[in-house]
Design a protein around this ligand. Structure first.
Ligand code: ATP
Length: 251
């Protein structure tokens, strides 16, 4: 079966810094795939290249077989993206953002209106009806970003840190939406630092370390008999950060 997302040999260097170093990943259709890695490991850079937001130095990506760079119109119809630090039209309300992006996607007006209504209600953004995006909290921005990713009913969701800064009640709602999306035949790739969350939600996981794939496969294959956190620390190398102390703080 064609992979939902096939990443082949992606590389990206910023100046001297090799951010992504020949990353290959295959995200099977119907999977809930977690990407974990330390700060600066290369997750955001990899995902940005995989969805056509950042041009790779080498390598490429296909979404359900459609090449992200040579066939962007088809590839981008199939994917909904929640990028890191998403740039939003700041002077619009949440509903206006959804209407604007829905119409840009070519959806009929009545479909956009109905979906916007439902998304705002489910994500509990309807009470902020008159609030401009510029006034949104970080968590609200994540939620409206997720709504824009879902609006055109894509087959694949690529979500960069979707739970960052989201309160526990909203996180529970988002988990339900994402599980329902996969149960309905969709595929998801998300990045996260929270191992417990990835273990709870994902059936596949890849560990990214210093721009390379340190391990990838089903959750059980990757974590073996231990926890994902133990496996992760073992793979990326436990630093001595935990034992370092700020002696001047001691009394
Ligand atoms: N536009 C850029 N210019 C220069 N360096 C960059 C740029 N974007 C990323 N980097 C560097 O590339 C490396 C990978 O960054 P990336 O944001 O992909 O990591 P990450 O795994 O998503 O990290 P985090 O978990 O902290 O979000 C880092 O060293 C970062 O400093």
């Amino acid at each position: 079966m064609t992979a939902a997302l096939e990443i082949s040999g992606l590389c990206k260097t910023f100046g001297e810094k090799v951010a992504v170093d020949h990353v290959d990943l295959s995200i099977p259709q119907g999977s809930f795939y977690g990407l974990v890695g330390q700060n600066g490991a290369g997750k955001t850079t990899t995902l940005s290249m995989a969805v056509g937001l950042l041009r790779p130095d080498e390598g490429g990506a296909r979404i359900f077989g459609a090449d992200v760079w040579s066939n962007p119109a088809e590839a981008k119809t199939l994917v909904g993206v929640l990028p890191d630090g998403m740039a939003m039209p700041e002077r619009l309300t949440g509903r206006e953002v959804l209407t604007y992006l829905g119409l840009l996607r070519g959806l009929p007006r009545e479909v956009v209106d109905q979906r916007a209504e439902e998304l705002l209600s489910v994500l509990e953004l309807d009470e902020a009806e008159k609030t401009l995006v510029i006034e949104y909290s970080t968590g609200m921005r994540k939620k409206i970003g997720l709504a824009t990713a879902l609006l055109h009913a894509p087959r694949l969701l690529v979500l960069d840190e979707p739970f960052e800064a989201v309160d526990p009640v909203s996180a529970a709602t988002i988990k339900t939406i994402l599980r329902g999306f996969v149960a309905g035949g969709g595929s998801i790739v998300l990045s996260s630092h929270v191992m417990a969350l990835v273990e709870q939600l994902c059936d596949h996981v890849a560990v990214i370390d210093k721009g390379k794939v340190a391990a990838a496969g089903s959750l059980n294959e990757v974590r073996g008999d231990g926890s994902l956190e133990d496996t992760f620390v073992g793979l990326v190398g436990a630093s001595d950060g935990g034992s370092k102390e700020l002696t001047w703080l001691s009394r």
